[in-house]
Design a binder for this molecule. Structure first.
Ligand code: UT7
Length: 324
């Protein structure tokens, strides 16, 4: 017998305000046609002026808890994967704990940018599988709109705001690939590639938040090649062939990357969950938001084998295999 970490409930939150490609064409020299053709993005959401990332995280968390049949009183671990925290400190997770009314427990943020949710799941797995948590909330929540340089058309059209969350709990398993729960991971970081994707500010350097900078084409190339390698490594770590996976839930950066990775792995596009058209790139929130959409519309069902993959600033990247 082994203890697995099972994903029990998923939730999502998108801010009300929709920003279309046409809206952005009024701000920078771009067009709906260019954005759709190069990225697959039609629109994205933008967090309201009075909102904070913790507010979005709380909404996603409440939905995930309800679907898991749990309440805030059950939560003993909160990990928020975010690159746009409410404050430099305390951790957004601590603010979420307070706003949810969860009891004293473990709460911290995890910073791995767009790979944050996959990294955070692996950290939660460590707590849950070792008996240190019985009800963990893993949340990806981002207000990427707050990092945009609204004069840079190469980046400002690509990102959106939102939050997604899952509840992770212990589940007895046999140690086989039929077990429900997190089955395998592959996590990577290459700090030498920092200059390809970063924010040009921070508390100990400029003292300001800064703006997102990206060498898009190089990040694109890196993504397709290296995500595919991490997917194969995570599948090997889980002990399953990539072909056995029912649904791919990729980080939603660019439709061409999603399809490029699928093609490289020999996976048919109809197994790939895609929300990039309406969510754009919500960084650490994008995977749980995509999972939430496909659970809500009935595509993803209990018992199925899922694969999540992501790549972002660091550069970080990684993949995770789980049975729901
Ligand atoms: O989550 C983190 C990971 N991030 C990513 O995965 C993003 C990876 N990169 C990409 O998705 C793509 O590289 C972009 C969508 C950012 C750019 O697409 P691309 O096909 O690589 O275009 P490009 O950078 O080669 O630019 C082609 C042309 C350029 O014009 P010239 O030099 O050919 O005249 C750009 O200036 O498109 C121009 N361009 C635009 N035109 C209209 C760049 N951005 C825009 C824009 N609207 N928004």
């Amino acid at each position: 017998m082994v203890t697995r970490s099972a994903v029990r409930g998923v939730g999502g939150y998108l801010p009300e305000r929709i920003v279309t490609n046409a809206d952005l064409a009024e701000v920078v020299e771009t067009s709906d046609a260019w954005i759709q053709e190069r990225t697959g993005i039609r629109e994205r959401r933008r967090m309201g002026e009075g909102q904070a990332v913790s507010d979005m995280a709380v909404e996603a968390a409440k939905q995930a808890l309800e679907r898991a049949g749990r309440t805030a009183a059950d939560v003993d671990l909160i990990i928020v994967a975010t690159t746009t925290p409410d404050l430099t400190f305390p951790a957004t997770a601590a603010i979420v704990q307070r706003k949810l009314g969860a009891p004293i427990g473990i709460a911290f943020d995890l910073q791995a940018v767009c790979s944050g949710f996959v990294y955070a799941l692996s950290v939660a797995d460590g707590f849950v599988a070792r008996g240190l948590s019985r009800c963990a909330l893993v949340i990806g929540a981002e207000a990427m709109s707050r990092l945009m340089d609204w004069t840079d058309r190469g980046t400002c059209v690509l990102f959106g705001d939102g939050a997604g969350a899952v509840v992770v709990e212990p589940e007895p398993g046999q140690g086989t690939t039929d077990d429900v729960g997190l089955l395998g991971f592959a996590l990577r970081c290459d700090g030498n590639k920092q200059d390809l994707l970063y924010v040009d500010g921070g508390p100990s350097t400029t003292g300001a938040v800064g703006h997102l900078r990206m060498v898009g084409q190089q990040v694109f190339r890196h993504a397709v090649v290296n995500i595919a390698e991490a997917v194969e490594a995570a599948a090997a770590n889980a002990g399953v062939p990539v072909a056995a996976v029912d649904w791919f839930i990729p980080h939603q950066a660019n439709l061409r990357i999603l399809h490029g990775v699928a093609h490289r792995l020999g996976v048919s596009e109809d197994k790939v969950i895609s929300t990039v058209a309406t969510h754009a790139n919500t960084s650490a929130a994008s995977i749980p938001l995509a999972m939430n959409a496909a659970v809500e519309d009935g595509r993803i069902k209990p018992g199925q084998l899922l694969l999540m993959e992501a790549m972002g600033g660091g550069l970080t990247w990684g993949a995770c295999v789980l049975r729901l």
